[in-house]
Ligand binder design. Structure first.
Ligand SMILES: Cc1cc2nc3c(=O)[nH]c(=O)nc-3n(C[C@H](O)[C@H](O)[C@H](O)COP(=O)(O)OP(=O)(O)OC[C@H]3O[C@@H](n4cnc5c(N)ncnc54)[C@H](O)[C@@H]3O)c2cc1C
Length: 413
């Protein structure tokens, strides 16, 4: 049996990136992939266009991974967003940046170019890739060698990189095997739930507005009576609830049963705005409620829906409305209440929140603190980024750090 320097589990972005980085340092590397092809999820990224990183300043990056962003700091600074752009550029893959959100894509807007680039880099670094090899178990022999068992073969390595992904979009191959393999070796997992996913809303009253989108709306998440988080971004109404970047980003903090309030106006000072609008209502007593609401509501359909929900006739004059009713109308606009029934599911979530507990992994090397010699990279870690290229950047950065540290260990003998 051949003894490889490094055996990598998973030919997704993290696994392939780690493989070529290790191969480049002269190590013998094999990637074991359970699917018949590499990078199935990578090909779906950015709607097939692959938003592979983001060009916002690096110090702002750590805030895009929720509370666990700090864990990624060393990895992100060791291999930065600009390093990713340069890496693909050196492979002949030019990139473009979208000015309003700093998302970076290959100029061709083809995810397959990124995948082919990674495969080319692997080839140049003499990396072997074996397909249809699902790793079932990892064992460590008395001499410290790792043995990875697949259905018909066993592979041996001095180091292992676990890059088997999370459990969203399981048809792509990442169905939670990475978590099970880590757990079998003694790792603990933080609770797993769908991330970057839409919310189904209990007794959803805006279903007739499905397809409408709202720019820069503010959502507040309530846990019990406590304001847990307020985020501002774009929102889309679906048949069952709400979606879009603001919802996706909130998913990592939210749970079924939590309450939300949507501020469609998202004014800097809601209290002040409410008083201004009340004064405006007083001045426009003769105006019909529907006409007045149309001036303030981001869409007419929303304004009409609010009238329906507050049981106010569209033709009613503002002067005829009691103060309580006026406040109620403004409350629908500024704090539209909802309750989360469900947060997507793993079939449609873009990432998994939770994973191998980050305190069990050395953030400076990506080496497991539980299994020395085993490294972790990519989504198998308890890390999930906002939309915008942050998840793939986490893959490149964690993979680069793992490969770099293995190289150092090997050199040190
Ligand atoms: C629809 C969609 C769009 C997305 N768009 C973006 C985007 O534009 N930008 C962005 O930054 N992120 C995006 N993401 C997230 C991003 O794709 C993931 O974070 C990323 O693919 C994770 O990479 P990974 O290598 O850790 O895992 P994966 O890509 O899941 O790869 C893991 C690999 O391991 C293999 N594997 C699993 N178990 C075993 C086993 N037992 N033995 C052998 N092999 C195994 C799997 O088959 C798979 O090939 C998107 C995700 C989805 C679903």
């Amino acid at each position: 049996m051949v003894l490889f320097d490094v055996v990598i589990i998973g030919a997704g972005p993290a696994g392939l990136f780690a493989a070529q980085q290790a191969g480049k340092q002269g190590m013998s590397v094999i990637v074991l992939e359970k699917q018949a092809e590499p990078g199935k999820k990578l090909l779906l990224t950015g709607s097939g266009q692959c938003n592979f990183t983001n060009q916002r300043p690096l110090p702002e990056f750590v805030n895009c991974y929720g509370e666990h962003g700090r864990f990624l700091k060393t990895a992100l600074y060791n291999f930065t967003n600009n390093d990713s752009i340069r890496f693909f550029q050196d492979l002949g893959i030019k990139s473009i940046t979208v000015p309003e959100n700093q998302k970076v894509f290959p100029k061709s807007k083809q995810a397959k170019d990124i995948l082919n680039g990674l495969l080319r880099a692997c080839q140049l670094s003499h990396v072997q890739i074996q397909y249809q090899q699902a790793v079932k178990a990892i064992q460590r022999t008395a001499s410290g060698i790792f043995e990875l068992s697949c259905a018909a073969k066993t592979f041996q390595g001095k180091y292992v990189i676990l890059a088997a992904g999370g459990m969203s979009y399981p048809a792509t191959g990442s169905n939670g095997d990475g978590y099970r393999l880590a757990q079998a070796l003694g790792h603990t997992l933080t609770p797993l739930k769908p991330g970057l996913a839409p919310f189904a809303i209990k007794n959803f009253s805006l279903a007739s507005l499905a397809g409408s989108s709202f720019k820069n709306l503010a959502i507040t998440l309530w846990q019990g009576d406590k304001k847990a988080k307020t985020l501002k971004h774009d929102l889309v109404i679906t048949h069952q609830g709400i979606s879009g970047p603001v919802v996706h980003h909130l998913a990592r903090y939210a749970n079924p049963g939590d309450k939300l309030t949507l501020d469609f106006m998202a004014q800097k000072n809601p209290e002040q705005s409410r008083n201004r609008w009340l004064a405006d209502m007083n001045h426009n007593g003769k105006a019909q409620t529907a006409t007045w609401l149309r001036r303030f509501s981001p869409t007419q359909a929303l304004g009409d829906k609010i009238l329906e929900l507050s049981q106010v006739s569209p033709h009613e004059r503002l002067a005829q409305l009691s103060k309580t009713k006026r406040l109620e109308l403004l409350a629908w606009l500024q704090a539209f209440p909802m309750e989360i029934q469900r947060i997507g599911n793993f079939e449609i979530a873009m990432v998994t929140c939770g994973g191998v507990a980050w305190h069990e992994v050395n953030a400076k090397t990506m080496e497991s603190r539980v299994v020395p010699g085993m490294y972790l990279a990519g989504e198998v870690l308890d890390i999930d980024g906002d939309t915008g290229g942050y998840d793939l950047q986490a893959c490149w950065s964690t993979a680069a750090l793992a490969a770099k540290h293995i190289g150092k260990r090997r050199q040190a003998g």
